[in-house]
Design a binder for this molecule. Structure first.
Ligand code: TYC
Length: 116
């Protein structure tokens, strides 16, 4: 078996004029395309208890009590707030987890995602 690399007779090992150069591709990306990010949004409503929203934020978004309370109050006052930013599949999973948990507890809490 021939060793790897240029040797006599290789088409790109010519007289140095660059003719016959092969296999040199300029990489404009060094890693696979990074997945686009999505915001998970929590929406306000008049019926879901504040404590339940705080519980969701702690459970599904790993917030501590202080952070969860701050986000919940922001949503309560402004109508919508960001729970976190994730790749699509993770964002979708979190939306489903919140919506399922809210439904199980008969609260109308709504959660959605939006491209970041
Ligand atoms: N507005 C609700 C209340 O007064 C509390 C609430 C906060 C509900 C945030 C949903 O995403 C929400 N009980």
């Amino acid at each position: 078996m021939r060793p790897l690399g240029a040797g006599p007779g290789d088409s790109d090992a010519g007289d140095g004029d660059g003719e016959g150069q092969v296999g040199i591709a300029t990489r404009t990306r060094t890693s696979p395309k990074k997945p686009s990010q999505y915001k998970v949004l929590m929406l306000n409503d008049d019926y879901t208890p504040m404590e339940f929203v705080v519980m969701c934020l702690k459970r599904f978004f790993r917030m501590d009590l202080e952070q969860a309370t701050r986000v919940m109050l922001h949503v309560h006052q402004r109508g919508v707030g960001v729970c976190g930013i994730f790749p699509y599949e993770i964002a979708e999973t979190k939306v489903n987890q919140v919506m399922d948990f809210a439904r199980q507890n008969q609260h109308p809490l709504q959660c959605t995602l939006e491209k970041a």
